[in-house]
Write a protein that binds this ligand. Sequence first.
Ligand code: ADP
Ligand code: MG
Length: 360
Amino acid sequence: GAKSSSPAESSVTVAVRVRPPNSAEVQSGRATNTVQVLDDHIVSFDAPPPGTASQSGRPPVPGERRFRDLRFAFDRVFGPEASQAAVYEATTKPLVAAVLEKGFNCSVFAYGATGAGKTYTMLGYDGVPGVMMFTMEELFERIEQLRDDRAIEVTISMLEVYNETIRDLLVPLGTRPQSLDAREQPDGEITIAGLTEHSPTNAAEVLALLGLGHQNRTMSPTCANATSSRSHAVLQIRLRQQPRISGLHTSIQLSKLSLIDLAGSERASATTNSGDRFQEGANINRSLLALANCINALGDASVSGTTKHVPYRDSKLTRLLKDSLGGNCKTVMIANVSPSDLHYEDTYNTLKYANRAKEI
Ligand code: ADP
Ligand code: MG
């Protein structure tokens, strides 16, 4: 059918990344049997080991474990050997072009349980840069190439959403950050009053800012992981572009790219905590659910061309990203999983979540 102009350009891409097994998983002897990458688009989950008699169509043998034996298809699947550069190129690079050339607002989300590889994918680890760094390096390069055509200013901000409050992550270490408010401007732009904006001009400055932001993230001890990140970390990169040829009207184009390292998706009940920690878990679940509902509504709208209610208001995270999830936006979700059955339920839940976020 005919598509209306604005949702037609929106798109949702869902990728899955299976990280290499860690030493505990290798020692368990069950490192890689839960998720297998079959090709660039398909993962199998809980397939019976080769040689297992078929379980379908016969009554279960008492005491026998039933394999779920599922296959999921995604826009892209990365196995344990996939490099950071390969993940960047296939997921985020096309969005950098859309933000720069079309003035779109775009978002990339890393989803998954604690320990599944979200921060590795987005931020990277010692000497192994992730999506955030690749994005900034590419932007610097492109801006340099385009300098005769347009003046392009880049500013970045980094915040976290923790327990439904927004905090600036780029304040000096030890500063107690205030809770900030997201406001929608008359033109639809979401702004956060008091959030610091930074203008790094080279990779070293970006690295320093990302390091500061990471150190400022809220870490709380839980039974699941002593330093698990219970907050959503959002890096926003804003571009302000102005053509050099001064015509009758020199239009300024604003666009932004949001790169989000989501809080761990493990269920609140998986950690035997109470009080504060339980409230945290409830808020994390609420925002991840709201995010899935928004992405889903956008996918539906772009397929049917109709305007569907998008439930942005259901969480702080989606309210904050309202201008980056609808209209002319491209959204990428990278769902991170462990290959091992030590994380069987988390992986199953992540694959189901990612499957649901897919454009139909
Ligand atoms: P999360 O942010 O989802 O809690 P991390 O990104 O911190 O998880 O990853 C957990 C551990 O696994 C870290 O030590 C990280 O370095 C390692 N890791 C994650 N993904 C990969 C990968 N693709 N290759 C190598 N090591 C990885
Ligand atoms: Mg993390």
